[in-house]
Design a protein around this ligand. Structure first.
Ligand SMILES: Nc1ncnc2c1ncn2[C@@H]1O[C@H](COP(=O)(O)OP(=O)(O)OP(=O)(O)O)[C@@H](O)[C@H]1O
Ligand SMILES: [Mg+2]
Length: 275
């Protein structure tokens, strides 16, 4: 049911890395996860070890109204992926224009995906505003804004805190309220990073849901077609788990198997006046 979007006004900050790791960690906990790449770079599939020759996709084909169930690719991580598809830049531009004219091309299928209460849908997006993301804004439950702990990111934090970072309309403000922040590539030994982290924590409070340290293991793992899914994979792996925990807590995602227990009706309690 929940739709989690990884977004950022900035490029190269770790949106794809975080989207893929959170997806894989949630799948590892038994959730049914579908990850959609909204970025014509088509990089999300690489995180899941799909081969470069795999050129099929979903959003890049959206004007042809692809069937999303058929476009889904199973990965070795228990996550199903809808890659963007390999397309030339002009085609990506045409897709963006088509979505602006007819958002329902994307909103319709995503609504269908979300109709399954067990399914978690994760979006990886390109930097900045896009027609795909604006189309999906009303459906998003959690927008995870990825920033670095640097001066340029620090300058954006007040906008995020005031819920105005997606624009000034009511829809944008409401979507903005669902935004949380993760700082990535943080080196707490660097004075600037440490100061930005402290400032973000003060300004954003509980909306700063986590930080991931800068760790060469992240880039190396991608080069090795692996993900860092074990806390023993190093400091970034531990941070990625903590971010996943925070997102799960925020969305009140009960681990599968515990849902029944949580939701149980416990009929006797009402007889005893306890409910
Ligand atoms: N915590 C980290 N420590 C070290 N390197 C990292 C970390 N997080 C991401 N990287 C590396 O930084 C680069 C950019 O990451 P990624 O592609 O996830 O960013 P992005 O925000 O999705 O970029 P784009 O805006 O191009 O989509 C990649 O090479 C990735 O391996
Ligand atoms: Mg990316």
């Amino acid at each position: 049911m929940p739709l989690i979007a990884f977004v950022s006004p900035k490029g190269g900050v770790g949106k794809t890395t975080l989207a893929a790791h959170v997806a894989a960690l949630l799948a590892q906990r038994g959730h049914q996860v579908l990850a959609i790449d909204l970025d014509p770079q088509n990089a999300l599939r690489l995180q899941f070890g799909l081969p470069l020759r795999e050129e099929s996709g979903f959003l890049g084909e959206i004007t042809r109204r692809p069937l999303w169930r058929q476009a889904m690719i199973e990965t070795g991580y228990g996550v199903r992926v809808l890659p963007y598809g390999t397309v030339d830049p002009l085609a990506a531009l045409e897709t963006a224009q088509a979505l602006q004219a007819e958002p329902e091309l994307l909103v319709g299928p995503v609504r269908e995906m979300l109709a399954d209460p067990e399914r978690i849908v994760i979006l990886d997006s390109p930097p900045g505003p896009t027609s795909a993301m604006s189309a999906l804004l009303p459906l998003v439950d959690l927008m995870v804004v990825v920033l670095l702990a640097d001066a340029a990111s620090a300058a954006l934090i007040p906008q995020i805190a005031s819920n105005r970072w997606l624009g000034r309309g009511r829809l944008a403000t409401r979507a903005g309220e669902r935004g949380v922040v993760v700082l990535n590539q943080v080196d707490l030994d660097a004075p600037l990073a440490s100061a930005v982290f402290d400032g973000a924590a003060e300004t954003l409070g509980a909306r700063l849901v986590g930080a991931v340290c800068r760790d060469e293991a992240v880039a190396e793992a991608l080069g090795d077609k692996r993900m860092l899914l074990d806390a023993r994979d190093g400091p970034a792996a531990e941070d990625l788990r903590a971010v996943t925990d925070a997102i799960a807590a925020r969305l009140r995602l009960a681990a599968p198997g515990q849902q029944g227990r949580r939701r149980g009706s416990f009929a006797a309690l009402s007889d005893w006046g306890l409910r």
